[in-house]
Design a protein around this ligand. Structure first.
Ligand code: NIG
Ligand code: FE
Length: 405
């Protein structure tokens, strides 16, 4: 089935080629062009009369006055969980810290208890609504982590939820196995790591990536690398939660391992940016966590200027960032880390796709997936500048239009 997206005011897309250094390769802006999609892909970008001649029976979508950008890629999120931690939010606004709350029995452990008790159907119902919210902000691909199961049975339940929702929801879900998110209460760490290691072959049947929370009080760089190497032997690519609260050597470990990305980096020393430059490890910024937990922002400007590959994501989760609003994360990058609006858009599209090693998306270009967001604005900057609002009037996913209002 063919679709023509007609007469958008502008088509804005990251350029092909190198995407490192100041400007991250830059954006292309096309005016007077329409887009022909066929069989889930972008077939041609060109003048409307030429596209109509090429596909006379195509469905037509009028995008006049609107701006077309690539579908956003949220490359780090935890959308499957039960329960909430609104009371911890209240404790934090009264002055308690995230690590303090976790040490006194709150934090990840509470979400684990609720998630273990929830049925698969309940988890699906909860996560589906969150995916709808993500799509309403222009997200068409979303990485989804396990890590609130923490038993073989519950971790596999989470993977099943992710796999089934991927098939049922327009958003593409990219499953990541995060068995090493925390050590469950009453279990010795070594025993837990052994159990997770045993689960890797089965997890790898669904998950593309394996992630570890490499942090003081959770998993050391040595423990993380050991599990991630075993995960790679099973076919999963390694990712790391790194330098969120303390800088304990995760960056060096990730570089040595050849991880796909190091995510968080709020406690990263700016001078460590050079360690990522010249590697293919993506520095993945999660600025909503800094806002939500009132902790420092990752040194994103230094990462870009050092020539690192970078991306931005939500890290949606009940404890450290309860929002599915990826454009708001782009605004935070600009307001708090000295990133330009062009760079923020590149980081949320092409950067996110690279952090998921998906070269078939993240730009509007012939031959790529027909995944786009239609903004109710005649220039894309509105998405970042008019912040915290919804600007997406429709999402095109695999060449199908999903109108949002
Ligand atoms: O990415 N840092 C570890 N995991 C999550 C928080 C999980 C939670 O608090 O439930 C994060 O910030
Ligand atoms: Fe996370």
């Amino acid at each position: 089935m063919a679709l023509i997206i007609e007469n958008p005011a502008r088509i804005v897309t990251p350029r092909p080629g190198d995407q490192r250094g100041a400007g991250l390769g830059g954006l292309d802006v096309f005016t007077g062009m329409s887009v022909l999609c066929r069989d889930g892909l972008i077939e041609r970008i060109g003048a409307l009369d030429e596209l109509l001649a090429e596909a006379s029976g195509a469905k037509r979508y009028d995008a006049s006055g609107q701006t077309l950008i690539p579908g956003l890629v949220d490359s780090h999120s935890h959308p499957v969980f039960a329960g909430d931690r609104a009371d911890e939010f209240a404790m934090r606004t009264a002055g308690a810290g995230y690590e303090e709350i976790a040490a006194s029995g709150g934090g990840i452990a509470r979400t684990v208890a609720a998630t273990q008790q929830a049925s698969k159907d309940k988890l699906k119902e909860l996560a589906r609504k969150r995916l709808d919210r993500a799509m309403a902000h222009g997200v068409t691909t979303l990485e989804a982590k396990t890590g609130y199961g923490l038993t073989p049975e519950s971790e596999l339940k989470m993977l099943e939820v992710i796999r089934e929702l991927d098939a049922e929801h327009p958003i593409d879900l990219v499953p990541t196995f995060l068995g090493a998110h925390a050590v469950p209460k009453g279990v010795a760490k070594n025993d837990y790591l052994a159990a997770m290691r045993e689960l890797l072959p089965e997890a790898a049947r669904t998950a593309r990536f394996c992630d570890v929370f490499c942090e003081q009080g959770y998993f050391t760089p040595v423990e993380s690398v050991s599990l991630l190497e075993a995960a790679r032997d099973c076919g999963m690519l390694p990712k790391m939660h790194a330098d969120q609260f303390h800088s304990i050597g995760c960056i060096e470990a990730a570089v040595e391992l050849g991880a796909v990305s190091v995510d968080h980096l709020e406690a990263m020393r700016p001078e460590d940016a050079v360690k990522l430059a010249g590697t293919d490890v993506v520095g993945l910024a999660l600025p909503g966590v800094s806002l939500f937990l009132d902790i420092p922002y990752a040194p994103v400007r230094q990462l870009i200027d050092a020539g690192c590959a970078v991306a931005v994501a939500t890290d949606f989760n009940p404890g450290s960032n309860m929002t599915m609003n990826l454009p708001l994360m782009m605004s935070l990058l600009c307001m708090k880390t000295g990133v330009s609006t062009d760079e923020a858009l590149i980081m949320a599209t092409r950067g996110g796709a690279h952090a998921l090693r998906m070269s078939d998306r993240g730009r509007i270009a012939e031959g790529l997936r027909a995944d786009m967001a239609v903004l109710d604005a005649d220039k894309y900057e509105e998405l970042v500048y008019f912040y915290g609002e919804r600007h997406v009037s429709a999402v095109i996913k695999g060449g199908t239009v999903h109108e949002l209002r």
